[in-house]
Design a protein around this ligand. Structure first.
Ligand code: DON
Length: 597
């Protein structure tokens, strides 16, 4: 029997907070198992009365043959169409990726980069790194003034923030190695959407509205992303003819069009005109990289996730190794004890993350040591049973907090192939600029590097030398496209946006399913928590704790920071009883959808 049932469906719509999350909704906490409820007091069944409620109740979707879940409903439908036409999960993933570049332009992209984790039906588990690289002329101090001060906005809003985009080469590589369809076939729906346009829904408009003031600054951006200088309204049709032309060039000439042809030339020209460092050589020298995914066992499950230059898989596996001996299922979801040990494990794993990890082409990442049983035992032994450990007592440097401006999607096909993709331009719409008439936003991924040791980036991330800027280096990421197997068979595909919170969000989605026996809807609706070493606080969505648990945690020395909403999960779970694929759109992101056949 399910240990957790959603007690009620509630909504939170709060002003302020992260602009990108302002529309996000919040569900009620699931009810806890009775033994834990007795210990922790009655479960909180409603949010405080002063909180406005308006949660769309997204239906759980079940399908036998294939499933796609993404942050934009049109992209999801394109993925399902490709599967129905006989394409495999990689074909569909590339089609969804190009479609999101059109219908989810804040985050879906060809001007950024990302990661793809693949589980093939024959048992192979793969990871493709198409993260952006720093330009060859980049230097560790390039974000600083002559006086050594980090220049505000340089890494986020100028061409100096742009890394060499990897998405087009990443998709090409995945499709050529493991797809069955031609690029022209999978990119065609995206071209059509860009050319003919698509009807904007309130969720789409809400995202565009976050950046209206920036769009107004750049005539070539305003041309498309504003309607005669005014924000687009829901119900209107957004056409992107310039992006359509760019995608047509890619369809015709493949990666060469992007990395050696007119697209690279247009980006370099705009970069040169605006003080950037990008050169044609940067584009020509760009490469993607197959890596072995990070792999770890947890309570009979095997987890495959993102290796460096992502910190995601390492931090997820390190945290899970620390908590593995504790009876989380018995303790219950977000009970005092399960929260205490989860948070203490995260505090220590994030301290390691922020201190040691960087691009493996430049840094010797001590992943084996971080994931060893000895290291887990050592960290576990340092957790006090009844009190929080101040972060000042945990070794390392300061850490991050980021918002939710990336996008994750998941695909499973009829043969049992599974693909998890997280890709990004970093901030919503990256630097919020488009090179000439190319039609796509350029990333500001250079801000993920350490601009200066000890100085936080746009999300408060204070990192060390392992992640300093170097020519051709990839910035450290938290993106964690993750696949979970049980006895070699697919159990779950998951991931999310949200900067450093990606790691917690992804991990909690897994724990909710494998420890707390939730179905995919319960696992995704459930409120989330996050701890990242610094700041020394637990980030908690509304309703994350019962009042009794919250008081108990505070008495143990925890500071709890209420956050409006963390990233949306796009997960597919195989129902262990029926074998059906199950998914749901995360209500935190109403523009998305899950669909299957
Ligand atoms: O790679 C990373 O970790 C970040 N560039 C992801 C950014 C994100 O999730 C959205 N931003 N706040």
């Amino acid at each position: 029997m399910r240990k957790f049932l959603l007690a009620a469906t509630l909504i939170l719509l709060m002003g302020g907070g992260c602009a990108s999350c302002a529309f996000a909704d919040q569900s009620a906490p699931p009810s806890a198992p009775s033994a834990q409820a007795a210990q922790d007091g009655p479960i909180q069944s409603k949010l405080p009365d002063d909180v406005e409620r308006n949660l769309p109740d997204e239906p759980l979707v079940a399908a036998q043959h294939g499933m796609v879940v993404s942050a934009q409903h049109l992209a999801t439908r394109i993925g399902v169409d490709i599967l129905k036409q006989g394409g495999n999960a990689v074909d569909a993933a590339v089609a969804v990726g190009y479609a999101l570049a059109v219908v989810h332009p804040c985050c879906g992209n060809i001007g950024g980069g990302g990661f793809m984790t693949i589980h093939l039906a024959d048992g192979k588990n793969l990871f493709l790194d198409f993260r952006e690289k720093a330009p060859l002329a980049a230097t560790p101090e390039m974000m600083q003034s002559a006086a050594g001060k980090v220049v505000k906005g340089r890494s986020t809003k100028t061409y100096l923030g742009v890394g060499v985009p990897g998405t087009v080469m990443g998709f090409d590589e995945a499709l050529k190695k493991y797809g069955t369809m031609k690029l022209q076939q999978v990119i065609a729906p995206a071209i059509k959407l860009a050319k003919d346009g698509y009807v904007l829904q309130p969720g789409d408009v809400h995202i565009l509205d976050t950046s209206t003031d920036f769009f107004k600054q750049y005539p070539n951006v305003a041309l498309t992303f504003l309607d005669n200088g005014q924000p687009w309204k829901a119900g209107q049709v957004l056409k992107q003819p310039q992006l359509a032309a760019t995608l047509e060039l890619i369809a015709k000439n493949g990666t060469r069009a992007f990395y050696e042809g007119p697209i690279a030339a247009a980006v370099v020209k705009a970069s040169e005109a605006n003080g950037g460092l990008l050169t044609l050589q940067d584009f020509k020298a760009y490469t993607v990289q197959w890596e072995r995914p990070i792999e770890c066992g947890y309570h009979g499950y095997t987890i495959y996730s993102a290796p460096p230059p992502s910190s995601g898989g390492t931090t997820i596996c390190e945290t899970l190794q620390i908590i593995a001996p504790y009876p989380f299922a018995e303790w219950g979801f977000h009970s005092t004890r399960s929260t205490h040990y989860f948070v203490e494990a995260e505090r220590r794993a994030f301290a390691d993350r922020n201190t040691y990890l960087g691009d493996p082409a430049f840094v010797d990442n001590p992943v084996t040591r971080l994931l060893s049983a000895e290291h887990a035992a050592e960290l576990r032994a340092s957790i006090k049973p009844d009190a929080a450990t101040p972060s000042s007592e945990v070794q390392g440097s300061l850490g991050p907090y980021q918002a939710t401006n990336t996008t994750h999607y998941s695909v499973v096909d009829d043969a049992g192939n599974a693909v998890a993709v997280t890709y990004t331009v970093n901030s919503y719409f990256g630097i919020k600029q488009i090179a000439g008439g190319t039609g796509f936003f350029l990333n500001n991924e250079m801000d993920d590097f350490t601009s200066k040791p000890g100085v936080p980036n746009q999300f408060g991330l204070v990192q060390g030398k392992a992640n300093q800027i170097e020519p051709g280096k990839r910035p450290l990421s938290s993106m964690s496209p993750t696949i979970v197997l049980k006895n070699g068979r697919l159990r779950m595909v998951t991931g999310s946006p949200g900067g450093s919170t990606i790691i917690s969000t992804t991990m909690e989605s897994i724990l909710n399913v494998v420890e707390h026996d939730m179905d995919v809807k319960q696992a995704i609706d459930a409120p989330r928590i996050h701890m990242q070493w610094w700041p020394d606080e637990i980030f908690a969505e509304p309703g994350a704790f019962t009042p009794t648990v919250q008081s108990a945690l505070e008495a143990m020395g925890y500071k709890i920071r209420d956050v409006h909403s963390m990233g949306d999960i796009a997960a597919i779970v195989v129902n262990p009883e029926t074998g059906m694929l199950e998914s749901v759109n995360d209500p935190r992101y109403p523009a998305g959808s899950a669909a299957g056949y």
